[in-house]
Design a protein around this ligand. Structure first.
Ligand SMILES: [Zn+2]
Length: 299
């Protein structure tokens, strides 16, 4: 976007308080500084200084105002369905998404803590022209049903937070991966319900991925402060029998280049988490070979 005349806004999407940590944000800010990115709106110093409107967890007031606006028109209701309730009533086996049946629409539950909050979606097609994929049509009512905007733990959902922010912050071009294409219609719908007259433009780019088991990987590893161990690598990862993966690739840095290979195991350690035991060998020609074993827990 830089160089095209557009202004770039930095937003930290930490709407999910269970999964967000201040240290993750600090790491991202440091990385952006190191890479030399200078957002036009909400530079990294603005985040470090404390409360910042670029940070979703600081925008509770803004989201509440948006809810009040929708609620005043009778568009918001509370829902105490569990995921299991929703699955049992989701009558659309052809749908890859969980479809909410609208069970709580007219139950009159109050908008309290401990229940989900939803926005009514009437049937109707949203049409938009993706800048890469062309004309698209989505009916959010058929895709997901009434959209969840706040979960029972009090977290604003991704769909709601970005719809409010994109509108209020004047975002007019959204560039993102094609995995978010199905979310676009509902975000356009939410924004319109909030009063946005002209939706943002969208450009969904392909993800570099083959199947769930086979993916092209690319990464740039660096340290901060820089210590010349930075390296760029690209390769291919092949997973089989669910828990095993093999990896091959090419590495380069300032001084050398070489091939890399590795193998590892993923194994579940709890319902939500997994551990990765990973071995990698990198041959960096002049710099010699190196072995690395890592054990990583992902939750
Ligand atoms: Zn419900």
């Amino acid at each position: 976007m830089w160089g095209s005349g557009a202004r770039v806004l930095l937003r930290v999407e930490d709407h999910d308080r269970e999964r967000s940590r201040p240290e993750y944000e600090a790491g991202i800010l440091d990385d952006l500084d190191w890479l030399g990115y200078r957002p036009d709106v909400f530079p990294t110093e603005a985040f470090r200084a404390g409360r910042c409107d670029g940070r979703q967890s600081d925008r509770d007031v803004v989201y509440r105002e948006a809810v009040n606006e929708l609620a005043s028109r009778g568009l918001v209701y509370a829902c105490d369905c569990t995921r299991r309730d929703i699955e049992q009533r989701s009558q659309r086996p052809d749908n890859d998404e969980l479809w909410y049946s609208g069970r709580c629409r007219d139950r009159g539950l109050s908008l309290d803590e401990g229940v989900g909050w939803r926005v009514r979606f009437e049937p109707g097609v949203e049409r938009f022209c993706d800048e890469l994929l062309g004309q698209q049509e989505q009916d959010p009512f058929l895709q997901c049903g009434d959209v969840l905007i706040r979960d029972r733990l009090g977290n604003w959902t991704y769909q709601f937070a970005v719809s409010v922010d994109d509108y209020r912050q004047g975002i007019d071009l959204v560039v993102r991966g094609v995995d978010l294409l199905p979310s676009t219609g509902r975000q356009i719908r939410l924004a319109r319900l909030l009063g946005r007259e002209r939706p943002a433009a969208f450009r969904h780019h392909p993800l570099i991925m083959k199947t769930a088991d086979q993916k092209l990987i690319g990464s740039f590893e660096f340290s901060h402060p820089p210590d010349n161990s930075e390296r760029l690598n690209a390769g291919f990862e092949y997973g089989f029998k669910k828990y095993v993966f093999l990896r091959g690739g090419y590495n380069m840095n300032y001084d050398s280049e070489g091939i890399a290979g590795g193998a590892g195991f993923h194994f579940p350690v709890s319902v939500a988490g997994q551990a990765d035991l990973d071995y990698a060998y990198t041959d960096m020609k002049d710099l010699g070979g190196s072995h690395r074993v890592s054990l990583k827990f992902v939750f």
